[in-house]
Design a protein around this ligand. Structure first.
Ligand SMILES: [Zn+2]
Length: 296
């Protein structure tokens, strides 16, 4: 509980803001996400603090429309204060240059699939066209269920490194930055499901053809075992069947800032675009049908 509100339109008492900034820094550390630098504990509620509040509300509290404001006894402060130690909260998530770590624990509010999960005997089937898999159950059938203990994730058969084609990587306009690992600036490889490789390759070639490689700015990861943000169903990221691109200006619930032409390079390649969801998620592209806007 805090004595007064913090964030967008909040009272923003410096002491309270500083307290929130400390809590948010725990969160940033736990997520190993470098979209946000650590916040300066200065008691000033600036744009960085507010966007981090929104991110927390979206990812952890599960608000579809994060308002960037923490009320003195609302859901956000409860979640923030209850947020366990970074180690415990880490989701299994890796990306370029990062060692995978397996410290996943179920976050509160995420329902685990039933015990009858088929993860242990999941087949490493790759369908010809994953877009035909219209339900999560169908995806699970083909790629293995996500189980609470994440057994399947250790099976390397599911994830293969996708290498950026040379003609793309060598293009002078190509500048895709990996935000997960600031040391490895340019993206040359990404971990994703092998079923996604041909789609990704086509999308990259489309971008090159259209002269839009320069618009490819940030890579936010593909594989992350987690629920759909704001919901309890598994995200396509859990199977590495989705990819996040150009997160800045294309956040969850924001009006996407990427151009139609850019998006078309991906949708022509067979991706669904999160910007078409009722709750817009402009950064998000996925090939599995279960993320289609019409799916319930
Ligand atoms: Zn995504």
């Amino acid at each position: 509980m805090i004595s007064s509100s913090v964030g967008l339109g909040g009272a923003n008492q410096p002491k309270v803001v500083a307290y929130i900034q400390k809590l948010l820094n725990n969160y940033i550390e736990s997520r190993a996400i470098y979209v946000f630098r650590f916040l300066k504990i200065d008691g000033k509620c600036g744009p960085n603090t507010i966007s981090c509040i929104k991110e927390f509300q979206s990812h952890i509290v599960g608000l579809a429309y994060p308002d960037g404001r923490i009320d003195s006894n609302g859901r956000t402060i409860k979640a923030l204060e209850n947020y366990a130690s970074p180690q415990k909260q880490r989701v299994y998530e890796f990306s370029l240059g990062m060692q995978p770590y397996l410290a996943f624990t179920n976050r509160e509010g995420i329902s685990s699939p039933s015990k009858s999960s088929t993860a242990n005997n999941a087949k490493a089937v790759v369908t010809d066209d994953p877009r035909k898999l219209m339900t999560r159950a169908a995806v699970a059938e083909a790629y293995g269920s996500i189980s609470a203990n994440k057994v399947w994730a250790k099976k390397s058969t599911y994830l293969k490194m996708f290498k950026i084609p040379e003609l793309i990587a060598n293009d002078e306009n190509y500048a895709w930055i990996n935000v997960y690992d600031p040391k490895k600036r340019k993206v040359s490889k990404i971990w994703c499901h092998e079923a996604m490789h041909p789609f990704l390759e086509t999308a990259l070639k489309n971008l090159k053809k259209q002269g839009l490689l320069g618009d490819l700015k940030e890579f936010g990861g593909s594989h992350a075992i987690r629920s759909t943000r704001g919901a309890t169903k598994w995200s396509a990221h859990s199977w590495a069947l989705a990819i996040d691109i150009n997160m800045t200006g294309n956040g969850l619930g924001e009006t996407p800032s990427m151009s139609k032409e850019f998006v078309k390079c991906f949708t022509d390649a067979g991706f669904f675009w999160g910007g078409n969801y009722s709750r817009k998620d402009g950064m998000h592209f996925t090939i599995a049908g279960f993320d289609k806007p019409s799916s319930s």
